[in-house]
Design a protein around this ligand. Structure first.
Ligand code: NDP
Length: 269
């Protein structure tokens, strides 16, 4: 019998997750269906209950429901607890288990697909929303020193406070970045959605630096800025999207898809 999965978000029309999971299923011979579902902003929990009652095996969760999803879980993985957000739910008997694969997706894309090692690297993480929060711990665990910059600096300070005493995670305003240089600059803001660029100073990139925009699908103002400023490597977030999906698929099906051919196919299309 076909096992049913879905991704729940609002909005969800743009989601590439059904296509990616269908490609994983085809590649690994798994008999699954995967659809996208838009839940009303106040109707996430009801939607999850509906899916459970209809025999779904699990679901992915995207903006803006990841924090709510986390709170619904009776079992949470360490990485979901660190992010306080879940993007992967597993329905087991009467229980909901929650995981967060976003951070693992980013780290795999940076280290394995792009060949950029994070240990002892100085990273600038722009943004302090759900996406940024989900990747701070994984970046920290991978050995990077992190400066979090956010328009509303208090939100960055709030995240950095979780690492007090560790000595490697600091909060800054954009103005305070003047004169600082980084090996890695990650855009985890939603500025690219509005074709905007956070107010970055010149001279931000060290030699060999990687500029990474979590947005995907087109050249963003940040990617253009990074090329002009001499970043050695410039990447969008498609690899992260595919890698976090592969990690979810693995948790659900116990089979790890080979992401390279799938990423290539998606890039060609
Ligand atoms: P949130 O709405 O939770 O956070 C948005 C963040 O962007 C805030 O920190 C906000 O700052 C900042 N921001 C918005 N506009 C601007 C601007 N013009 N200049 C500077 N900062 C700005 O969004 P998420 O964290 O959930 O998502 C952020 C991005 O990451 C989205 O583009 C999303 O598509 C992408 N993403 C990609 C993934 C992938 O797999 N590739 C996975 C998850 C997310 P302030 O706090 O001051 O309002």
């Amino acid at each position: 019998m076909t096992d049913k999965y879905a991704v729940i978000g609002n909005p969800i029309a743009h989601s590439k997750s059904p296509l990616i999971h269908r490609m994983f299923a085809e590649q690994t011979g798994q008999d699954i269906s995967y659809e996208k579902i838009e839940a009303p902003l106040d109707g996430f929990a009801t939607m999850v209950e509906r899916l459970r009652s209809e025999g779904y095996k699990g679901c992915n969760v995207t903006v803006p429901f990841k924090f709510e999803a986390f709170k619904m879980c009776v079992m949470q993985t360490g990485r979901a607890r660190e992010a306080r957000a879940a993007n992967t739910l597993l329905f087991r008997d009467s229980e909901i288990w929650g995981d967060n694969t976003d951070g693992a997706g980013l780290i795999t894309d940076i280290e394995q697909n792009l060949g950029f090692k994070l240990m002892f690297k100085d990273a600038l993480l722009m943004g302090a929303g759900g996406a940024a929060h989900g990747v701070v711990w994984p970046l920290f665990n991978a050995g990077a020193g992190i400066v979090i910059a956010n328009r509303t600096v208090e939100k960055a300070q709030h995240i950095a406070a979780e690492f007090e005493g560790a000595g490697t995670v600091f909060a800054r305003s954009y103005e305070e970045l003047a004169g600082k240089r980084f090996d890695l600059v990650i855009n985890a803001t939603s500025s690219s959605l509005a074709d905007a660029l956070p107010p970055l100073p010149d001279g931000l990139f060290k030699p060999g630096a990687l500029a990474y925009d979590m947005m995907y699908g087109r050249e963003t103002p940040f990617m253009k800025f990074a090329r002009e400023q001499g970043a050695a490597l410039v990447a969008d977030g498609l690899g992260m999207l595919v890698e976090q999906a592969a990690e979810s698929f693995y948790k659900w099906r116990d089979v790890r898809p080979d992401t390279r051919p799938i990423l290539e196919k998606l890039r060609q299309s």
